[in-house]
Design a binder for this molecule. Sequence first.
Ligand SMILES: CC(=O)N[C@H](C=O)[C@@H](O)[C@H](O)[C@H](O)CO
Ligand SMILES: CC(=O)C(=O)O
Length: 303
Amino acid sequence: MPNFPRLRGMIAATFTPMTETGDINYAEIKPYADYIASTAIDGVFVNGTTGEFSSLTVEERKKILECWITAAAGRFKVICHAGSNCQRDSIEIAAHAASIGAYGIGCIAPSFFKPATVNDLIGFFAPIADAAPELPFYYYNMPSITGVNLPVDRILAEGRKIIPNLAGTKFTHNNLMEMEMCIDLDGGAFEVLHGYDEILIAGLSMGAKAGVGSTYNYIPEIYDGIFRAMEDGDLTTARELQKKSIKTVEVIIRYGGGVRGGKAIMNLIGIKCGECRPPLSPLAQEEYAALEADLDALGFVKK
Ligand SMILES: CC(=O)N[C@H](C=O)[C@@H](O)[C@H](O)[C@H](O)CO
Ligand SMILES: CC(=O)C(=O)O
C-alpha cells in the first residue's frame, strides 16, 4: 500500500465561475486562485458538489481542473473530484487529472442507479482509482445528497483489498460514531477528511486533521482559528468561532444552501462566480441586497 502524505487544515471546495450566459468563466479562476493563495487555505477540491460537478460536461471538468492546476502554480494542493453516475466518465476524468499533476482524486457514490452493497460501490470505484494509481483516492461520503448510506468503515477496509491507493474518505455526514470508527480503523491507516463546516470542532475532536468545505472560501480566518484553537486545546475559543460559522451557514441556508447562497457570497466578496446552472435558480437583485444586509448584521468582513 502506498504511504501517502496526509492533508492538514483547510481544503476549500471551489465554486465554478460562470458567465452571464452560463458558460464557464475560465478567466476568473486565476484571480480566484490568487485569492486562495493569499489565505491560510491549504488546498482546493475542484468540481465537487460546490463546483456543480453534475451540471458540467466532462470536457468542462477537465478544462476547469487544468486552469486550477496552472493557476495554483504549486502554491496549494489541487484535488480533483472525479465522481459521476457514469463510471467511464469518471475514469476519463481521473486519468486526465493524474496526467496534469493533480494532488489526489475524490469520488462521490453514483446516485441515480445506487450501489446496493459495499462490494458494488467498491467495484464501481476500482477502475476509477486505478486510472490514477499513483494518487491518493478518497471516497466522498455524502448520504444526504446521494442517498447512499453504506458503512464507510467497511468500504475502507474491504476497498483497500482491491484499491491499493484508497487513502481514506471525505466524510460529509453527521454520524460521528461512524467517523470515529473510520479514524480508528486498522490503527489509523486511513485519512478522514471532515465534511460539514458547521460541526468542524466535532470532527476535529474525533481526530480529523483536515477538512473539505465550501464556506472556507469566504470565512477562512474563522476556520483557521478553529483549527488552531483545537490544536491548542482551547475549546472556548473554538466554540466561539464555530458559533460564528454557524451564523454564516444559517444565512446561506436562507438563500438556497451552500452552493446557491455560497456562490452569491463569492460575488459579494469580489470573486466573480456568477450564478448557478439550472436547476439552481439565479439570485434576484433584491436577494443580493438582503443577503448583503444579513451578512453585514453578522459583521462579515468583505475581503
Ligand atoms: C453539500 C456541501 O457543499 N457540503 C460541504 C462539505 O462537504 C460543506 O462545506 C457545506 O457546504 C457546509 O458545511 C455548509 O452546510
Ligand atoms: C464541500 C465539498 O466537499 C464539495 O463541494 O464537494
